[in-house]
Design a protein around this ligand. Sequence first.
Ligand code: ATP
Length: 488
Amino acid sequence: ENTQLKDIVAHAKEYGFVFPSSEIYDGLAAVYDYGPNGVELKNNLKRLWWEAMTQLNPNVVGIDAAIFMHPLTWHASGHVAGFNDPLIDNLDSKKRYRADVLVEEKAAQYENNGEAERAQALLQHLGRLLTDNDLGGVKQLIIDEKITCPVSGTGNWTDVRQFNLMFSTQGSAVESDAAQIYLRPETAQGIFVNFLNVQKSARMKVPFGIAQIGKAFRNEIVARQFIFRMREFEQMEMQFFVRPGTEMEWYQQWKETRRRWHEALGLPAAKLRFHDHEKLAHYANAAVDIEFEFPFGFKEIEGIHSRTDFDLTQHQELSKKKQQYFDADVNPETGKPYGNYVPYVVETSVGADRLFLATLCNAYTEETLTEGEGEAQQTKQRTYLKLHPAVAPIKAAIFPLVRKDGLPEKAQQIFDELRHDFRIIMEERDAIGKRYTRQDLIGTPFCIAVDHQTLEDETVTVRHRDSREQTRMPIAELRQYIGQAVSF
Ligand code: ATP
């Protein structure tokens, strides 16, 4: 199965979607760059998320906060004390692993062997140990389960210890704790510290949300699976502020809304599932992941968390600034306004890069075509990206059939008419079949061929990526036709 991920990684590089960072220096672990097609696809995903949040919900507004924040932010959020991974080293291979991941992989083995109950029990045991921060217990579990090093095959383990995931840098010339600045490990805190600025300036009434897209940084030790787990990545987060006691209704609502959004983008329902957390983070009273079935199994793409009033209360305490909202609505039970309170928060948090990978994995299609009849029959392999037209990097490619007879000029004219509305390209070189193949490989939904008939009757041939069917269409209808397909 992992060969499939390998194919996707190779495809992503060859066709300009994702490159390893600083590749000429042999790369930097878990850091990647997006190429010409990748940046278009990623921007489309981000734009669609942004529009779904801020345009479709009149009570959600956006911000763009800085990556650097006051150091106390991360004391308040709990990241300085608690944003840790439990690490363990193997003494023979000198390789470092996440202890929890080793146990999870063991559970996955049980699951694959049809021992689902045993897998579940193991995960629950692990969850309890992690909640209690019982690192000795985690090591004992690894020994009891006879988990060996994937490289050396030995069970010669060190103790488990906590490792903080935040990157830090010096904020001033003087080295001191106070000057230690972190690269934010999540975008959420930029929203929390701006809660009152936004509420007052945009005159928002609870319930309302604040959305943000931005970079986050985590010093991930187990960096595998391509852009699934990066050290520098992008999050799309929305914090929804609600009246205390109503958070579960909103939690349920956002859970469904977000799942439907992924489906609308083209991720099939069968490849999506909810996964309730066995172990709740210190700030949450309910949490669920939306998981997508990657070639390496079902894994989280988005988290939906009911964060209570934890963050705002913490910031109130450390900043000594009230983080309250006055709710003038009348409480039917008391007949009086709800009054002042610290709102509760329901969060939706999705990684732009993980969503990109899910989209790419889902779109990557290899098919065998049978062409010709009788003795001339032959089979051909075709690889194409079955991307939703709304996220495809290029919406249409325009091909003059030949480079003469005025066809390139006609194609140029169509190109000039459509370029203001869609990201399109024009290609004149190579046989038309080859040009179709190139567009299939990057997921362009439509290829528009300009031929001699075009000059006579102002129609073109539109070739559809998935079915390879061709239809004749008046040039005048192209804008509306493509516009409809790429709308979301
Ligand atoms: P995981 O358990 O996979 O480490 P998480 O539960 O720590 O993820 P959250 O803190 O809930 O993740 O972050 C929200 C989202 O941000 C995730 O659903 C994921 O899409 C994305 N994300 C988190 N860490 C990374 C990373 N290292 N690389 C890419 N995306 C990430």
